[in-house]
Design a protein around this ligand. Structure first.
Ligand SMILES: C=Cc1c(C(=O)O)[nH]c(=O)[nH]c1=O
Length: 311
């Protein structure tokens, strides 16, 4: 079966990759992604300077997913630029993604300049949806701030650029956000980030599971799947066809991958399940995706991409 998928001038052998923040913090984790069966990979969202992140416990596995308030721990943009420079020299034909984020408007611009001025030849994902920087609202929930950042970025950034979005829950919000995004030459959007500011409790101690923010953290995993399917579908229905879509949220089986593509996804990222199962999950997901395609009589992704039926 043909699992190739394309974003702009980049073609990937298959649509699977990690979600930023999972299995991509340092060289060891990134090398494990390179060794996996994934079609591509993305680095942990990088800030201008390294960050230790929030106090622990800041992550917990849940029966139906995960909760995290990591607080943007990362080794800084220079570390990840070094890693991708080495990677590109060794894999000139394979494109990977770098994720960037700023805790202020100026930092978003500064970290983007670092990529623009580098030899990085892959795709850049700017994170407009980190829910766990105390005191900082998720950028993409503020339309004016989103416009301000995208106006500034596209005044100098010429490399392929996409945005990582938080989930939206109202059709008017889909309309408003899509109208903004359609004004820019985006290579892709990635929908979605974790569902911000959930809360889970330890039954023995009646205590919040994680320490930061009084236990509030982003929710991923099975809890996220219905929201991710809807966000992929809603943006596919609203965005210009030249803006591709990466679908993220709730992937645990090949059928989950299939359903995000059915809703319109070009690439599919795996977060919580990758954290819980490890990079060998990609070989399992590819086997299961191909089994589902065969069951449905498809031999490639465009045959069923966006083909969700409604009653
Ligand atoms: C980059 C910060 C993020 C984090 C974090 O580092 O707390 N967790 C998420 O679930 N999504 C994010 O975008």
């Amino acid at each position: 079966l043909d699992l190739t998928t394309t974003i702009g001038n980049y073609t990937f052998a298959n649509p699977l990759m990690n979600a930023s923040g999972v299995n991509c913090f340092d060289k060891d984790e990134l090398d494990a992604m390179v060794a996996s069966a994934s079609g591509s990979m993305v680095t942990k969202s990088a800030t201008v300077k390294p960050r230790p992140g929030n106090p622990e416990p800041r992550y917990a596995d849940l029966t139906l997913g995960s909760i995290n308030s990591m607080g943007l721990p990362n080794l800084g943009i220079d570390y990840y630029l070094d890693y991708v420079a080495t990677y590109q020299a060794a894999h000139p034909a394979d494109a990977i993604f770098m994720s960037i984020v700023g805790t202020t408007f100026d930092d978003n611009i500064a970290v983007a300049h670092r990529i623009q001025d580098s030899d990085f030849a892959g795709l850049t994902e700017i994170n407009l949806s980190c829910p766990n920087v105390p005191g900082e609202p998720q950028t993409a929930y503020d339309p004016a701030q989103t416009v301000k950042i995208l106006d500034a970025l596209f005044s100098f950034f010429t490399k392929p650029l996409g945005v990582k979005l938080p989930p939206f829950f109202d059709l008017a919000q889909f309309d408003q956000m899509a109208a903004i995004l359609n004004r820019y030459p985006l290579a892709f959007i990635n929908t979605m980030n974790s569902i911000g500011n959930g809360l889970m409790i330890d039954a023995e101690t009646d205590t919040a599971l994680i320490k930061p923010k009084g236990g509030f953290g982003g929710i991923g995993g099975a809890y996220a799947k219905p929201i991710a399917l809807a966000n992929v579908r809603a943006f596919r229905q609203r965005l210009n066809s030249n803006i591709r879509i990466i679908g993220t949220g709730g992937v645990h089986t090949g059928r989950d991958v299939y359903e995000l593509i059915l809703c319109g996804a070009d690439m599919v990222q795996v977060g919580t399940a990758l954290h819980q199962e490890g990079p060998q999950i990609f070989a399992r997901l590819l086997t299961e995706l191909q089994a589902e395609m065969t069951r449905k009589g498809y031999t490639n992704l465009p045959e069923f991409r966006g083909a969700l039926k409604t009653l």
